[in-house]
Write a protein that binds this ligand. Sequence first.
Ligand SMILES: Nc1ncnc2c1ncn2[C@@H]1O[C@H](COP(=O)(O)OP(=O)(O)OP(=O)(O)O)[C@@H](O)[C@H]1O
Ligand SMILES: [Zn+2]
Length: 725
Amino acid sequence: MSFVEVAIKVPLQRTFDYKVNEQLTTVLQPGMRVMVPFGSQKKVAVVLAIKTSTHIASDKIKPISAIIDNAPILNTQHLALLKFASRYYCYPLGETIHIALPAALRQGQCPDKTSISMLALTEKGAKLPSLKAKTQLNLLKQLAQSGKSSLTELKALGFNKKTIDSLVSKELLSQTIEHDNQWQNKPPTIAAKPTLNKEQAVACSAINQATGFTSFLLEGVTGSGKTEVYLQCLETVLKRGHQALVLVPEIGLTPQTVNRFRRRFPDTPIMLWHSALTDNERLQTWRFCEKGSCAIVIGTRSSIFLPFLELGMIIVDEEHDSSFKQQDTLRYHARDLAAYRAYQQQIPLILGSATPALETLHRAITDKYKLLTLTERAQTSTDNQFKLLDMKGQPEQAGIAQASLAYMRQHLARGKQVMVFLNRRGFSPTLICHECGWLSECTRCSTSATFHKAIGQMICHHCGEQQPVPRQCPDCGSTQIFPNGKGTEQIEEFLSAEFTDVPISRIDRDSTRLKGSLEKALNDINQGGARILVGTQMLAKGHHFADVSLVVILDVDSGLYSCDFRATEHLAQLVTQVAGRAGRSGEPGQVLLQTHFPEHPLLQDLVNNGYQDFARFALTEREEAQLPPFTNMAIVRAESHNIKHVIDFLTDLVPVGNVSGIQLLGPIPAPLERIAGKYRFQLHIQALERSFLHQYLAQLVDYLSTNKLAQKVRWSLDVDPIDMI
Ligand SMILES: Nc1ncnc2c1ncn2[C@@H]1O[C@H](COP(=O)(O)OP(=O)(O)OP(=O)(O)O)[C@@H](O)[C@H]1O
Ligand SMILES: [Zn+2]
């Protein structure tokens, strides 16, 4: 008799054995899916190994019900990646595989999606004939910018099938079905490109000469041409007929970025991967990667799990970005899995950022990663000028200092664009009662409810609870209730009244909820429509707005005094990234930081010496305090409506395990102690040696699998957490 060991999607840290008919073992391979009986159900399972013995008694073991695949859907290396992720992040293997697979494959189907509908301008269309229908003309313009695009992508940009069909019938667009690997057999077409400057050339040649696995940290100030380095390295990869994965932050996947890649490699199949894809589109990209029909994938974090036929390089752009870390279920960091994957495939990994995470910088300084630096901006010769505006005793309106308004007027008068940054959406973070001091709070969380004036609602940004705006104070009945504090909506309202003839564009999660609206707003900014841009961190990252010459950062103070040891790192990254939107071409930009603490050492260091200097100093502080990356960390989080259950559960964990070199702290309340009515506490686990941490976690997970208290709470384990919330 033979047996198979399989992974099944169940919340248990174990695998399962089934028996198989001897003859079937010749066709079965690891990575194939089978159907198995599980309790009273049938479930899809993935074969991990075929073996000749099992510890299950012969009268207990059940046979598999059916074999689904003719060939593995996960090859050995891919399976090893998923096993590693499961082990490292202490998450059940069956569930890890489930998260990685597209829906159809999870459900046991085997559709073969290897053709894709692509649209391009015909010769007639390329002349951009004048058309009455504005959307039709916009679609032609979009394709003139981006080159060939898939039907799906055009739909994602807000164009509908009717517009597309009508242009096809007018012979302005051509539609083709593509599904081949021809790109691998012919050299890629490379469109015109700039000559690299010296630092870029040094970086490119170091990367191109790398053989086997090498990790590079490309630390380049904002606007220094990191993307240009990626593009020229990709050229080499494509010429070898290899595929490449480019990981970008969630917000980084804008048409501007994608168009840049498409324009450079016009006949290379480039596909996108992000959370808005449909199940069908996911499957299609998966299949294309697997078969080698797709040369480059530009994707957000979960694209790290795509199968590739011959992966030649992984690039992680803005590697410090927190969207690379998944914050629920399998709490993986795509950048760290990228390092594992590059090692596994023996290929180069490029981590690029103007503001590298301290973890990454530490690895570069200690020679685990090769450090490549770009110190100069590509299109200007001068650096931005920073100015700390002391807000103490300053006249201000809507949180904007008179002095800032004066600077804005100067820049606008010169025909430039101005960006006003505030990392808080809504009109004001709370309402306050002038009579009794009542503050609007979420009824279910230990946090305030934000006033959204435009839609007349109070919204909790943590649990999403919505309530109409109260007319009277719920405590004293007074009608004297006013907005307290500022949000982007208020800034926009104030600036519209102040600069009546200046077009303003607000970019935050509220203003960009509709499909295609972010793209439309960014286009508008790039074409010079909007002159004042108001926004949250959505505006901060990766955008290239050539005309922005002044950036005003309204509230840096909230990040200076926080209980999270990473707060200052995140603040420095945000300020540097936002500031980096100014002065990207032509004259140097100006950056104003409004603060009540202009003498604060962090701000002084950042403004006078830049992020590079700040980060290196911050690392010495982390070392003294024995905090990550100088120690390894995990957090057990637990929540329940019943506070006693949470505390009992975590307290019970403290004596578990007999691994030396482990430090435990807790149970301590989470910074937000209550969300959606549930109490939240944490247990912090630290170890100087990573192997000790993992030994301890293995024992902990084992203990939790039989723990009765664990069933009364919702708990999770976060390895290498990036925030304390
Ligand atoms: N060698 C070069 N010669 C001329 N222009 C260049 C060169 N390299 C890059 N550029 C241009 O400079 C601008 C900034 O470059 P790029 O967007 O690649 O910078 P980046 O480092 O990726 O920026 P950020 O980190 O702010 O996103 C772009 O318009 C790009 O086309
Ligand atoms: Zn809430």
